[in-house]
Design a protein around this ligand. Structure first.
Ligand code: PXP
Length: 239
């Protein structure tokens, strides 16, 4: 059965709207874990627009399940990861002007530098996942970098506006998940998944874990964090 890792960046986004101290992503992580989350995800961005260094350092001490650090492959982030030692690093692309991560890492372009970062992290005992589009070429290159896992970008499927586009995008996800599994890589999936789109993943048993943030935090604003996480877990359990 797949797990659920809860991304708490959006709690920090609310905090940063007033540049204050609440709501605290650390408190949200505690509630998510009490509700049964299998992991907590944070993306420490170069511009620190939501999650701050302080959050990651405290979460390292408080998270009881596993702490997943999303980061760009830069020397600054590498230093932080080697110091904090998250349970998993997910390498993501980062563009300054983007609203959120747009698309996966392009390994055709960045293979050499990404392979170096994967090597440095995994040699110090931190497994690495690479966030990529559902494209067989990207998966094959991810495998060549020796990364333990890939995270398949599900955003195009989740945002598709017509049944034809949705079907096409989902078939790419299915092929990508199955190829990564055949190459004996762990497979996570995430971006844009909500309480409706999660249902499409029924039967795709090769997915180890879903990484979900925005839809859970949005629902949490209305019904509370624990209930929002529990409701997503029950959807994941039905897959
Ligand atoms: N996975 C990755 C690599 C991401 O960058 C994000 C967004 O922070 C997510 C998953 C979660 O996406 P969402 O917030 O749309 O659920």
């Amino acid at each position: 059965m797949a797990g659920l890792a809860v991304n708490v960046d959006h709690i920090a986004t609310i905090r940063q709207a007033r540049k204050g101290v609440y709501p605290d992503p650390v408190a949200a992580a505690v509630l998510a874990e009490l509700a049964g989350a299998d992991g907590i995800v944070v993306h420490l961005r170069k511009d620190r627009r939501h999650i701050h260094d302080r959050d990651v350092r405290i979460l390292r001490k408080t998270v009881q399940t596993k702490l997943i650090l999303e980061m760009a492959s830069t020397s600054e982030m590498l230093g932080i990861a080697l110091d904090i030692k998250p349970d998993l690093v997910t390498l993501v692309p980062e563009k300054r002007a983007e609203l959120t991560t747009e698309g996966g890492l392009d390994l055709v372009i960045h293979k050499t530098s990404i392979a170096e970062t994967v090597g440095t992290l995994q040699n110090s005992g931190i497994p690495v996942s690479i966030f990529i589009d559902p494209d067989p070429e990207q998966i094959k290159i991810a495998h060549q970098t020796d990364a333990k896992m890939v995270e398949i970008h599900t955003g195009v499927f989740c945002d598709a506006t017509t049944p034809t586009k949705r079907k096409h995008a989902f078939s790419k996800i299915v092929d990508a998940v199955k190829l990564a599994n055949k190459l004996r890589m762990g497979v996570n999936a995430g971006h844009g998944i909500c309480y409706n789109t999660i249902k499409a993943f029924k039967g795709l048993i090769e997915i180890d874990e879903f990484s979900i943030g925005h839809s859970i935090v949005s629902r949490a604003a209305l019904v509370g964090m624990e209930r929002a996480v529990k409701e997503m877990i029950s959807r994941v359990k039905e897959l």
